[in-house]
Design a protein around this ligand. Structure first.
Ligand code: FAD
Length: 302
Protein backbone atom coordinates (compact mmCIF):
# COMPACT_ATOMS: atom_id res chain seq x y z
CA UNK A 1 0.00 0.00 0.00
CA UNK A 2 1.42 3.42 -0.89
CA UNK A 3 2.49 5.16 2.33
CA UNK A 4 0.08 7.93 3.24
CA UNK A 5 1.37 11.24 4.54
CA UNK A 6 -0.05 12.37 7.88
CA UNK A 7 -2.46 15.28 7.81
CA UNK A 8 -0.47 18.47 8.15
CA UNK A 9 2.77 17.13 6.60
CA UNK A 10 4.32 18.58 3.39
CA UNK A 11 1.81 18.53 0.53
CA UNK A 12 2.39 15.81 -2.06
CA UNK A 13 -0.03 14.80 -4.80
CA UNK A 14 -3.28 13.78 -3.08
CA UNK A 15 -4.15 10.11 -3.25
CA UNK A 16 -7.41 8.21 -3.27
CA UNK A 17 -8.95 4.80 -2.66
CA UNK A 18 -12.34 3.16 -3.27
CA UNK A 19 -14.93 0.99 -1.48
CA UNK A 20 -17.05 -1.62 -3.27
CA UNK A 21 -19.46 -4.28 -1.97
CA UNK A 22 -20.13 -7.85 -3.20
CA UNK A 23 -22.78 -8.07 -5.92
CA UNK A 24 -26.16 -9.52 -4.94
CA UNK A 25 -27.03 -11.09 -8.33
CA UNK A 26 -25.35 -12.44 -11.44
CA UNK A 27 -26.24 -9.34 -13.44
CA UNK A 28 -24.91 -7.07 -10.71
CA UNK A 29 -21.70 -9.13 -10.63
CA UNK A 30 -21.18 -8.50 -14.36
CA UNK A 31 -21.67 -4.76 -13.88
CA UNK A 32 -19.36 -4.80 -10.87
CA UNK A 33 -16.62 -6.57 -12.85
CA UNK A 34 -16.84 -3.78 -15.41
CA UNK A 35 -16.80 -1.06 -12.73
CA UNK A 36 -13.79 -2.45 -10.86
CA UNK A 37 -11.79 -2.63 -14.09
CA UNK A 38 -12.33 1.13 -14.52
CA UNK A 39 -11.65 1.78 -10.82
CA UNK A 40 -8.44 -0.24 -10.92
CA UNK A 41 -7.25 1.57 -14.05
CA UNK A 42 -7.39 4.83 -12.07
CA UNK A 43 -4.56 3.39 -9.90
CA UNK A 44 -6.07 3.83 -6.43
CA UNK A 45 -4.01 3.12 -3.31
CA UNK A 46 -6.43 0.26 -2.62
CA UNK A 47 -9.98 -0.96 -3.22
CA UNK A 48 -11.77 -2.06 -0.05
CA UNK A 49 -14.47 -4.76 -0.06
CA UNK A 50 -17.28 -4.72 2.52
CA UNK A 51 -18.20 -7.72 4.66
CA UNK A 52 -21.67 -8.68 5.90
CA UNK A 53 -21.87 -8.67 9.69
CA UNK A 54 -22.47 -12.20 11.08
CA UNK A 55 -20.52 -13.58 8.12
CA UNK A 56 -23.67 -13.17 6.01
CA UNK A 57 -21.79 -12.67 2.75
CA UNK A 58 -18.41 -14.11 3.68
CA UNK A 59 -18.05 -16.15 0.47
CA UNK A 60 -19.14 -13.28 -1.78
CA UNK A 61 -16.63 -10.93 -0.11
CA UNK A 62 -13.87 -13.47 -0.50
CA UNK A 63 -14.76 -14.06 -4.17
CA UNK A 64 -14.62 -10.32 -4.86
CA UNK A 65 -11.29 -9.98 -3.05
CA UNK A 66 -9.94 -12.85 -5.16
CA UNK A 67 -11.25 -11.21 -8.33
CA UNK A 68 -9.52 -7.92 -7.45
CA UNK A 69 -6.32 -9.78 -6.55
CA UNK A 70 -6.26 -11.96 -9.64
CA UNK A 71 -7.92 -9.90 -12.35
CA UNK A 72 -7.01 -6.26 -11.63
CA UNK A 73 -3.88 -4.30 -10.68
CA UNK A 74 -5.57 -2.87 -7.58
CA UNK A 75 -4.53 -3.71 -4.03
CA UNK A 76 -7.57 -5.22 -2.25
CA UNK A 77 -8.33 -4.39 1.39
CA UNK A 78 -10.74 -6.71 3.22
CA UNK A 79 -13.37 -5.38 5.63
CA UNK A 80 -13.97 -7.89 8.42
CA UNK A 81 -16.51 -7.88 11.27
CA UNK A 82 -16.65 -9.93 14.45
CA UNK A 83 -20.25 -9.63 15.60
CA UNK A 84 -21.96 -13.00 16.09
CA UNK A 85 -18.82 -15.01 15.27
CA UNK A 86 -16.45 -16.88 17.55
CA UNK A 87 -12.80 -15.91 17.88
CA UNK A 88 -11.77 -19.13 16.10
CA UNK A 89 -14.21 -18.55 13.24
CA UNK A 90 -12.84 -15.02 12.78
CA UNK A 91 -9.27 -16.32 12.92
CA UNK A 92 -10.17 -18.86 10.19
CA UNK A 93 -11.62 -16.09 8.01
CA UNK A 94 -8.48 -13.96 8.45
CA UNK A 95 -6.35 -16.89 7.28
CA UNK A 96 -8.70 -17.63 4.35
CA UNK A 97 -8.36 -14.00 3.24
CA UNK A 98 -4.58 -14.12 3.58
CA UNK A 99 -4.51 -17.47 1.72
CA UNK A 100 -6.17 -15.56 -1.15
CA UNK A 101 -3.18 -13.19 -1.17
CA UNK A 102 -4.98 -10.31 0.58
CA UNK A 103 -3.13 -8.92 3.59
CA UNK A 104 -4.75 -5.54 4.24
CA UNK A 105 -7.77 -5.36 6.55
CA UNK A 106 -10.37 -2.95 7.89
CA UNK A 107 -11.07 -4.28 11.40
CA UNK A 108 -14.69 -3.71 12.46
CA UNK A 109 -17.03 -4.94 15.10
CA UNK A 110 -20.13 -4.72 12.88
CA UNK A 111 -23.76 -4.03 13.76
CA UNK A 112 -26.11 -6.38 15.64
CA UNK A 113 -28.30 -8.44 13.29
CA UNK A 114 -31.82 -7.11 12.63
CA UNK A 115 -34.10 -7.86 15.53
CA UNK A 116 -31.33 -8.12 18.11
CA UNK A 117 -29.59 -5.46 20.18
CA UNK A 118 -26.40 -4.61 22.00
CA UNK A 119 -27.46 -6.65 25.05
CA UNK A 120 -27.88 -9.85 23.01
CA UNK A 121 -25.12 -12.17 24.35
CA UNK A 122 -24.09 -13.04 20.76
CA UNK A 123 -23.41 -9.32 20.23
CA UNK A 124 -21.97 -8.31 23.60
CA UNK A 125 -19.79 -11.45 23.60
CA UNK A 126 -18.23 -10.63 20.20
CA UNK A 127 -14.66 -9.43 19.89
CA UNK A 128 -14.39 -5.64 19.82
CA UNK A 129 -12.78 -3.92 16.85
CA UNK A 130 -9.74 -3.35 19.05
CA UNK A 131 -9.47 -7.08 19.82
CA UNK A 132 -9.82 -7.78 16.09
CA UNK A 133 -6.86 -5.49 15.35
CA UNK A 134 -4.86 -7.61 17.80
CA UNK A 135 -6.16 -10.89 16.37
CA UNK A 136 -5.15 -9.87 12.84
CA UNK A 137 -1.62 -9.12 14.13
CA UNK A 138 -1.59 -12.52 15.86
CA UNK A 139 -2.73 -14.28 12.66
CA UNK A 140 -0.06 -12.44 10.64
CA UNK A 141 2.55 -13.74 13.06
CA UNK A 142 1.31 -17.29 12.39
CA UNK A 143 2.10 -16.91 8.65
CA UNK A 144 5.38 -17.90 7.04
CA UNK A 145 7.94 -15.07 7.04
CA UNK A 146 7.55 -12.56 4.18
CA UNK A 147 3.85 -13.27 3.78
CA UNK A 148 3.03 -11.64 7.12
CA UNK A 149 2.75 -8.23 5.51
CA UNK A 150 -0.16 -5.80 5.21
CA UNK A 151 -1.77 -3.00 7.14
CA UNK A 152 -4.75 -2.80 9.45
CA UNK A 153 -7.27 0.01 9.14
CA UNK A 154 -10.10 0.85 11.55
CA UNK A 155 -13.33 2.85 11.30
CA UNK A 156 -13.93 6.27 12.81
CA UNK A 157 -17.02 8.45 13.16
CA UNK A 158 -16.42 12.22 12.88
CA UNK A 159 -19.97 12.92 14.13
CA UNK A 160 -19.89 10.22 16.79
CA UNK A 161 -20.99 6.59 16.69
CA UNK A 162 -24.48 5.76 18.03
CA UNK A 163 -22.76 3.80 20.84
CA UNK A 164 -20.51 6.68 21.73
CA UNK A 165 -21.01 8.51 25.00
CA UNK A 166 -19.07 11.62 23.94
CA UNK A 167 -16.59 13.06 21.45
CA UNK A 168 -13.78 12.30 23.88
CA UNK A 169 -14.92 8.64 24.15
CA UNK A 170 -14.74 8.33 20.35
CA UNK A 171 -11.31 9.97 20.28
CA UNK A 172 -9.97 7.81 23.12
CA UNK A 173 -11.31 4.66 21.49
CA UNK A 174 -9.62 5.55 18.20
CA UNK A 175 -6.31 6.23 19.97
CA UNK A 176 -6.71 2.86 21.72
CA UNK A 177 -7.14 1.18 18.32
CA UNK A 178 -3.93 2.87 17.18
CA UNK A 179 -2.14 1.59 20.28
CA UNK A 180 -3.47 -1.91 19.51
CA UNK A 181 -1.73 -1.71 16.11
CA UNK A 182 -4.08 0.05 13.65
CA UNK A 183 -2.12 1.89 10.97
CA UNK A 184 -4.83 3.99 9.38
CA UNK A 185 -8.44 5.01 9.96
CA UNK A 186 -11.28 5.50 7.49
CA UNK A 187 -14.24 7.70 8.36
CA UNK A 188 -17.94 7.16 8.20
CA UNK A 189 -19.66 9.40 5.64
CA UNK A 190 -20.24 13.06 6.49
CA UNK A 191 -21.25 16.19 4.55
CA UNK A 192 -19.18 19.09 5.93
CA UNK A 193 -15.39 19.56 6.02
CA UNK A 194 -15.40 20.97 9.56
CA UNK A 195 -16.90 17.71 10.87
CA UNK A 196 -13.77 15.80 9.73
CA UNK A 197 -11.22 18.54 10.40
CA UNK A 198 -12.53 19.22 13.93
CA UNK A 199 -12.49 15.53 14.83
CA UNK A 200 -8.96 15.01 13.47
CA UNK A 201 -7.70 18.09 15.38
CA UNK A 202 -9.12 16.70 18.63
CA UNK A 203 -7.70 13.24 17.91
CA UNK A 204 -4.22 14.63 17.10
CA UNK A 205 -4.30 16.58 20.39
CA UNK A 206 -5.06 13.27 22.14
CA UNK A 207 -2.06 11.53 20.54
CA UNK A 208 -3.39 10.15 17.25
CA UNK A 209 -0.58 9.79 14.69
CA UNK A 210 -2.08 7.51 12.03
CA UNK A 211 -3.58 8.90 8.80
CA UNK A 212 -7.36 9.43 8.81
CA UNK A 213 -8.94 8.99 5.38
CA UNK A 214 -12.18 10.92 4.91
CA UNK A 215 -14.90 8.67 3.44
CA UNK A 216 -16.94 10.47 0.76
CA UNK A 217 -19.78 9.36 -1.48
CA UNK A 218 -21.07 11.27 -4.51
CA UNK A 219 -24.80 10.59 -4.16
CA UNK A 220 -27.01 10.29 -7.24
CA UNK A 221 -30.50 10.18 -5.74
CA UNK A 222 -32.58 11.64 -2.91
CA UNK A 223 -32.75 8.14 -1.43
CA UNK A 224 -28.94 7.92 -1.24
CA UNK A 225 -28.83 11.40 0.26
CA UNK A 226 -31.19 10.29 3.05
CA UNK A 227 -29.14 7.13 3.62
CA UNK A 228 -25.89 9.11 3.89
CA UNK A 229 -27.56 11.55 6.30
CA UNK A 230 -28.63 8.67 8.52
CA UNK A 231 -25.11 7.18 8.50
CA UNK A 232 -23.51 10.60 9.02
CA UNK A 233 -25.78 11.32 11.97
CA UNK A 234 -26.36 14.85 10.60
CA UNK A 235 -28.90 16.24 8.12
CA UNK A 236 -27.81 16.73 4.51
CA UNK A 237 -27.08 20.33 3.47
CA UNK A 238 -30.47 21.94 2.83
CA UNK A 239 -29.45 23.35 -0.56
CA UNK A 240 -28.22 19.99 -1.84
CA UNK A 241 -31.44 18.34 -0.69
CA UNK A 242 -33.55 21.05 -2.33
CA UNK A 243 -31.65 20.91 -5.65
CA UNK A 244 -31.87 17.11 -5.71
CA UNK A 245 -35.64 17.26 -5.15
CA UNK A 246 -36.00 19.96 -7.83
CA UNK A 247 -34.18 17.65 -10.26
CA UNK A 248 -36.79 14.94 -9.63
CA UNK A 249 -34.73 13.01 -7.08
CA UNK A 250 -32.06 11.88 -9.56
CA UNK A 251 -29.07 14.14 -10.25
CA UNK A 252 -25.64 12.44 -10.18
CA UNK A 253 -23.96 15.71 -11.23
CA UNK A 254 -25.09 17.37 -7.98
CA UNK A 255 -23.49 14.63 -5.89
CA UNK A 256 -20.27 14.97 -7.89
CA UNK A 257 -20.24 18.74 -7.47
CA UNK A 258 -20.79 18.53 -3.71
CA UNK A 259 -18.11 15.84 -3.28
CA UNK A 260 -15.57 17.82 -5.32
CA UNK A 261 -16.13 20.93 -3.16
CA UNK A 262 -15.89 18.89 0.04
CA UNK A 263 -12.74 17.04 -1.12
CA UNK A 264 -11.06 20.35 -2.01
CA UNK A 265 -11.70 21.72 1.48
CA UNK A 266 -10.53 18.51 3.14
CA UNK A 267 -7.33 18.26 1.12
CA UNK A 268 -6.61 21.97 1.70
CA UNK A 269 -7.20 21.32 5.43
CA UNK A 270 -4.58 18.53 5.50
CA UNK A 271 -6.49 15.31 4.70
CA UNK A 272 -3.86 12.89 3.35
CA UNK A 273 -6.10 11.20 0.80
CA UNK A 274 -9.77 10.62 0.01
CA UNK A 275 -11.66 7.33 0.27
CA UNK A 276 -14.58 7.16 -2.16
CA UNK A 277 -17.63 4.98 -1.52
CA UNK A 278 -18.44 3.95 -5.10
CA UNK A 279 -21.84 2.30 -4.66
CA UNK A 280 -20.35 -0.19 -7.18
CA UNK A 281 -20.25 2.37 -10.00
CA UNK A 282 -17.21 4.01 -11.47
CA UNK A 283 -18.71 7.00 -13.33
CA UNK A 284 -19.35 9.41 -10.45
CA UNK A 285 -16.19 8.72 -8.44
CA UNK A 286 -14.03 9.03 -11.54
CA UNK A 287 -15.83 12.29 -12.40
CA UNK A 288 -14.91 13.56 -8.91
CA UNK A 289 -11.26 12.59 -9.35
CA UNK A 290 -11.14 14.06 -12.85
CA UNK A 291 -12.50 17.36 -11.54
CA UNK A 292 -9.87 17.30 -8.77
CA UNK A 293 -7.20 16.55 -11.41
CA UNK A 294 -6.14 13.39 -9.60
CA UNK A 295 -6.43 11.03 -12.59
CA UNK A 296 -3.19 10.44 -14.44
CA UNK A 297 -3.76 9.07 -16.97
CA UNK A 298 -7.55 9.28 -17.21
CA UNK A 299 -8.71 5.62 -17.55
CA UNK A 300 -11.82 6.60 -19.48
CA UNK A 301 -10.14 9.10 -21.81
CA UNK A 302 -7.27 6.76 -22.85
P1 FAD B 1 -16.11 -0.09 17.43
O1 FAD B 1 -14.82 0.51 17.07
O2 FAD B 1 -16.04 -1.30 18.28
O3 FAD B 1 -17.01 0.96 18.19
C1 FAD B 1 -17.79 1.99 17.61
C2 FAD B 1 -17.95 3.10 18.64
O4 FAD B 1 -18.48 2.58 19.84
C3 FAD B 1 -16.65 3.78 19.01
O5 FAD B 1 -16.36 4.85 18.12
C4 FAD B 1 -16.95 4.22 20.41
O6 FAD B 1 -17.63 5.44 20.38
C5 FAD B 1 -17.88 3.17 20.93
N1 FAD B 1 -17.17 2.12 21.70
C6 FAD B 1 -17.18 0.81 21.43
N2 FAD B 1 -16.47 0.13 22.34
C7 FAD B 1 -15.99 1.07 23.19
C8 FAD B 1 -15.19 1.01 24.35
N3 FAD B 1 -14.76 -0.14 24.87
N4 FAD B 1 -14.87 2.16 24.97
C9 FAD B 1 -15.32 3.34 24.52
N5 FAD B 1 -16.11 3.45 23.43
C10 FAD B 1 -16.43 2.34 22.78
N6 FAD B 1 -20.26 -2.82 8.79
C11 FAD B 1 -20.33 -4.05 8.23
O7 FAD B 1 -21.12 -4.87 8.69
N7 FAD B 1 -19.56 -4.39 7.14
C12 FAD B 1 -18.67 -3.54 6.60
O8 FAD B 1 -17.98 -3.88 5.64
C13 FAD B 1 -18.56 -2.22 7.16
N8 FAD B 1 -17.67 -1.32 6.67
C14 FAD B 1 -17.53 -0.10 7.29
C15 FAD B 1 -16.56 0.79 6.79
C16 FAD B 1 -16.38 2.03 7.41
C17 FAD B 1 -15.32 2.98 6.89
C18 FAD B 1 -17.20 2.41 8.52
C19 FAD B 1 -17.03 3.75 9.17
C20 FAD B 1 -18.17 1.53 9.01
C21 FAD B 1 -18.34 0.27 8.40
N9 FAD B 1 -19.28 -0.65 8.87
C22 FAD B 1 -19.38 -1.89 8.29
C23 FAD B 1 -20.21 -0.30 9.98
C24 FAD B 1 -19.68 -0.73 11.35
O9 FAD B 1 -19.58 -2.12 11.42
C25 FAD B 1 -20.68 -0.22 12.40
O10 FAD B 1 -20.67 1.19 12.42
C26 FAD B 1 -20.52 -0.78 13.79
O11 FAD B 1 -21.65 -0.35 14.57
C27 FAD B 1 -19.28 -0.30 14.54
O12 FAD B 1 -18.16 -0.96 14.13
P2 FAD B 1 -16.72 -0.41 14.64
O13 FAD B 1 -15.70 -1.40 14.29
O14 FAD B 1 -16.51 0.97 14.21
O15 FAD B 1 -16.99 -0.46 16.21
Amino acid sequence: MTPLPLAGSAPTRARFSFEVFPARSGAAALALGHAVQHLSAARPDFISVTYGANGSNRDASLDLLKYLRGRTDALPLAHLTTVGESREKVRGTIHAIMDAGVHDFLALRGDPPRGSGEDDPAVSGSLSSLELVELIAEARAERPPLTSVGRTAVAVYPNGHPLSRSRSADVDWLVAKQEAGAQLAITQLFFRAEEYLGFVDDARAAGLRIPVLPGLMPVSTSGQLRKVASLAGRPAPVELEREMEAAGGFAPELGVEHTVGLARELLAGGAPSIHLYTFNRHEQVLAVLRELRLLTPDPVAV
